[in-house]
Design a protein around this ligand. Structure first.
Ligand code: ZN
Length: 279
C-alpha cells in the first residue's frame, strides 16, 4: 500500500517532533493518555505488517483492554492503547487471534451479527449492500460463523456490538427501527457468546442522527460505552459514548502506524480546519 499525501504530512509532523513535544506537555497534567486503534480484515499479504505493528504496540505502548480503560487501570508513563476490530471477518480467527495470543495482547472485536454465518452468496451481497465494499475490487477473507465468535470470547477477548445490518445511523428517521438494529444485534451476540455485550462501535464511524438521540438508545439498551472513528486521545473526562478511535488498518505502513498512535493525525485535522476557516 502506498503512503498517501496526508500520511506524508503525518510523518513530517512525527519526525519534526510534534507528538513528542505535545505528549510531553500533556503528561504534566498527570492524566493517562489513551488511544484506540482499529482494524478490519487482515488480508494474507498484510499479515507481516499487521504483526509488526502489534509488536510495536507491545514494545512501546501499554496495551489495555477496553474494560481496563473504563476502570482506569492505565499507565501514566506510556500511551495506553486499546486494539479494536470491526465487522466480523474470518481473518480474525485465522490471523488476529493467534498473533494477539502469542503476544499476550488484549483486544476488542465489534461484530455486526447480521454478517455472521452467511452463505458465500449472501456474504457477497452483504459486502456490497451493507459494508459498501466492492468484492471485485477488494478481496475479503469471508465472514465469521457463530462458533468463531464464541471462540473469540473463549480465547479471552471481548466482543462488542456493531448493529445488526451494519446500518448508517444517520439515515434513520424512525427510532423504533434504529433501536431494533442495536438491541437485536446485542441480543444475538449475547446468545452466541453467553456474555453481556457492553460496548458498541458505530458502523462507518457515523455517530450522529439529526432527529434521534443515539446515545439514549445505546444507554437504554445497556451499553456502557461506544467508539467513533475520529482521531484523538481519550481520558477520564471523555464522553464514554463518543470515544475516539484512530483509523488504522492491517495495511498501514509501520512508520505511519507509529506516527498515528502517537497522535500526529490530530495536528493534521487541526491544520485542515484552520485552512477551511481561513480560505
Ligand atoms: Zn464496520
Amino acid at each position: 500500500m502506498p503512503i498517501y499525501r496526508q500520511e506524508i504530512l503525518i510523518l513530517l509532523l512525527y519526525y519534526l517532533g510534534y507528538s513528542k513535544f505535545r505528549n510531553w506537555v500533556l503528561r504534566f497534567q498527570r492524566t493517562p493518555l489513551s488511544r484506540f486503534v482499529m482494524f478490519h480484515d487482515i488480508l494474507p499479504e498484510y499479515i507481516g505488517r499487521f504483526e509488526a505493528n502489534l509488536h510495536f504496540l507491545k514494545r512501546s505502548t501499554n496495551v489495555v483492554s477496553l474494560e481496563d480503560f473504563f476502570s482506569g487501570k492505565l499507565s501514566l508513563d506510556k500511551i495506553n492503547v486499546v486494539i479494536t476490530f470491526d465487522d466480523g471477518y474470518k481473518s480474525w480467527i485465522t490471523t488476529a487471534v493467534p498473533i494477539l495470543k502469542k503476544l499476550k495482547l488484549p483486544a476488542m472485536f465489534f461484530v455486526s451479527s447480521g454478517f455472521v454465518g452467511l452463505s458465500k452468496e449472501d456474504e457477497l451481497d452483504f459486502m456490497r449492500t451493507n459494508l459498501l465494499i466492492t468484492p471485485e475490487l477488494k478481496r475479503i477473507t469471508g465472514c465469521l460463523n457463530a462458533e468463531d465468535v464464541s471462540r473469540i470470547v473463549d480465547e479471552g477477548f471481548m466482543v462488542g456490538g456493531h448493529t445488526l445490518t451494519h446500518c448508517i445511523i444517520e439515515e434513520f428517521r424512525d427510532n423504533v427501527q434504529l433501536r431494533y438494529e442495536i438491541t437485536e444485534d446485542k441480543m444475538r451476540l449475547e446468545k452466541i457468546t453467553g456474555r453481556k455485550i457492553e460496548y458498541f462501535a458505530y458502523p462507518f464511524g457515523v455517530h450522529h442522527n439529526p432527529e434521534i438521540d443515539i446515545i439514549e438508545i445505546l444507554s437504554e439498551a445497556g451499553y456502557k460505552g461506544a467508539l467513533i472513528t475520529a482521531s484523538g486521545f481519550n481520558n477520564t473526562d471523555s464522553n464514554p459514548y463518543l470515544l475516539h478511535r484512530e483509523l488504522t488498518s492491517a495495511s498501514t505502513p509501520e512508520c505511519v502506524f507509529r506516527a498515528r498512535v502517537y497522535g500526529n493525525y490530530d495536528a493534521v485535522i487541526f491544520i485542515k480546519r484552520l485552512i477551511r476557516m481561513v480560505f
